[in-house]
Design a protein around this ligand. Sequence first.
Ligand code: F1P
Length: 323
Amino acid sequence: HATLKEIRKAPEGIVKAQEAFELIKNEVKLPKNILYIGCGSSHFLSQLLAMATNALGGKGFALPCSELMYSKEYYAIDSPELLVAISRSGETTEVLKAMDVLNIKKLGLTAYESSLSKKADYALIVNTPEDSVVMTHSFVAFYFAYLQLLRESYGHPTFNPEEVSELARGVLEKEEYIKDIVDEFDFSNVIFLGSGILYPVALEAMLKMKEMAIFWSEAYQMFEVRHGFKSIADENSLVVMLVNDPFDWHEKLVKEFQGQEAKVLVVGKESLNANYHVEVPQVDSLLVPVAALPVIQLLAYYKAVKRGMNPDNPRFLDKVVRW
Ligand code: F1P
């Protein structure tokens, strides 16, 4: 499948991301107050970038394109100095229209010379075109390219791209283990949990399951799930916990789900006595998404295959959403 090939390209995507960053780093210095927009996966990426902006000392806010167009009065958009518009294709109708809403400078984050890059004042073009309908390694590459630009702009040392590429390669080596989980446990629903920068990753995981495997999935901020939502978890459920810095509550949460007979997969440094564990080495917390994303993409891919779905051609979906 083309989709599997694209997922496996995460390490080379990091190299392309670094090249894209190098090309624009002298031209663009990001301001502190930034509004991010995108649709679908690109919206979840906009949430990741807004959080990274906040963590590095700026002020980031993320909205789906359509919300900026039609409902902006309900959101605390606080005089942004830059609009970052994200779209793999650079041709999604909503993103192009939403760019007209605010009269401020725009940066386009995209994979191609496209309508988006032409319309924007600056373009960060990460050369990661994908044959897959769904966004896979380009998501990781876009994230890393922009993260480097944020760090450079805000006076933080940039990351070593070889090390980050190696991080992605390391988790991709767990492909067989991830496939085995899906083969062994025929779960009938899946809940993804993540906190902070890992929450948008959980949302993206939820979307990947729906897009690729046409399969019911949910996502919550880690401990929010205990407040009612956990009632749906039973012996047929897989709970995926994306954990960066574990403390005693995480292990308690694993036990709580196991008490409901659900099985838990922990993606993080420690296994926390979960049923399954994909280890992520100790890295800067902003790099954990680079490790976690290929894992959840593989999980969705193998679930699709197990269910007899074709992830290259998901029903009702288009690669570019136009109106
Ligand atoms: C946005 C998007 C994708 C999604 C699907 C439909 O595309 O929602 O995130 O996976 O393929 O389009 P884009 O604006 O990033 O090209």
